[in-house]
Design a binder for this molecule. Structure first.
Ligand SMILES: NC(=O)c1ccc[n+]([C@@H]2O[C@H](COP(=O)([O-])OP(=O)(O)OC[C@H]3O[C@@H](n4cnc5c(N)ncnc54)[C@H](OP(=O)(O)O)[C@@H]3O)[C@@H](O)[C@H]2O)c1
Length: 324
């Protein structure tokens, strides 16, 4: 069973069985300063692109307390609040930042609670439609843990409590191995899983299969491999045939790869935003052979953590932070 239907405006995902969101979302991580710390240089541009995304039909945004930290959520609140039930902001908790911008894990229940409450404040809303717990089942090199290993049941339990208190509607997990997803599902329904997955990195394929089986939204992060896909040879022919940028084809392939996928490409460019959203209309125009050829660029049967993406993550994490 999958929660997808097609509509004249593109393909819709019934996220959590409740929210009808077009299947191209928007990732906000880059609406921050260097090293994902502080405010971006162009605050006005960041606010404008968030509003433009809504105007162009985006209804699914991805963010995290750790972006900035908090500044990206504050920008979203400033740009988009008050948002009605049509806009789904998926926020991640369980990660934080050290004094030099380093990425840290902090999944203590008290931190989870504080982060959810901070996010509501920053996003200027009373309820989070979707909150993910950030896990590290998709990384060779997990972020430093502030409080040792907190059992998944404890950190996820905090989200369950917050849902019972009416502060969260749906719970997701990010960076999950299939075993972690199974363990999480014993505790609570999981509405979305966010893992790395793109043409060059299929490390999330195991958990994607589990999401397909259970009708869970699968949100691939780094859907454009942080911009590294543009020159991929296999994209050139379909891009030429359809008169579209290779990046648009890469997103269209994700939509064809599985009906549970909702990509969240990040961009600070209004032109790129428009190009990325075009993927929904182009996806049905890819031929089955083109989809097959693109799927075969990587061997999914043997997919594991990918070195390219591990390096990209490391590069982003090591970028020096600028103070604002
Ligand atoms: N769960 C997690 O741990 C996790 C980790 C990382 C990211 N994320 C989420 O995933 C989202 C997406 O990741 P991301 O933004 O790092 O990587 P991405 O979406 O794979 O790629 C973004 C990069 O591609 C470029 N780009 C975007 N559209 C383009 C186009 N049409 N043509 C050419 N270049 C284009 C962007 O530059 P321009 O600005 O110039 O367009 C940017 O450099 C993030 O925003 C964040 O919300 C989650």
């Amino acid at each position: 069973m999958t929660n997808t239907t097609t509509s004249p405006v593109g393909t819709i995902h019934l996220l959590g069985g409740q929210y009808r969101v077009p299947r191209i979302g928007y990732g906000t991580m880059r609406l921050s300063g260097r090293g994902v710390i502080g405010l971006p240089e162009d605050v006005t541009g960041a606010i404008a692109i968030l509003r433009q995304a809504v105007d162009l039909g985006v209804r699914f945004f991805d963010t995290a307390n750790a972006y900035g930290p908090r500044t990206v959520n504050q920008l979203i609140g400033r740009a988009l609040a008050p948002f009605d039930d049509e806009i789904v902001i998926g926020n991640k908790v369980g990660a934080s930042r050290g004094p030099h911008g380093e990425w840290l894990t902090d999944s203590r229940p008290e931190t989870i609670r504080t982060q959810v409450e901070d996010a509501l404040l920053d996003l200027r809303t009373d309820i989070s439609p979707l909150t993910y717990l950030r896990l590290w089942g998709d990384s060779t090199d997990r972020a430093g843990a502030i409080a040792g290993d907190v059992p998944l049941e404890d950190s996820l339990g905090a989200l369950v409590e917050l849902r019972e208190e009416g502060k969260i509607r749906h719970i997701g997990i990010s960076g999950a191995s299939p075993a972690m997803l199974e363990r999480a599902q014993r505790l609570t329904p999981i509405a979305a899983v966010q893992n790395r997955f793109n043409l060059l990195d299929r490390s999330g394929v195991g958990v994607l299969s589990a999401c397909e089986r259970d009708g869970i939204a699968f949100v691939p992060y780094f859907p454009l491999a942080t911009g590294a896909l543009a020159d991929l040879e296999a994209l050139v022919a379909p891009a030429r045939r359809l008169g579209a940028p290779t990046t648009t084809i890469a997103l269209a392939w994700l939509l064809r790869r599985s009906p549970v996928i909702i990509p969240i490409p990040g961009t600070t460019s209004p032109t790129h935003l428009t190009e990325n959203l075009r993927a929904a209309a182009l996806a049905p125009q890819l031929t089955d052979d083109e989809v097959k050829a693109l799927t075969a660029v990587e061997d999914e049967a043997n997919a594991r953590l990918d070195i390219m993406s591990a390096q990209a993550v490391e590069a982003i994490q090591k970028q020096p932070a600028t103070t604002v």
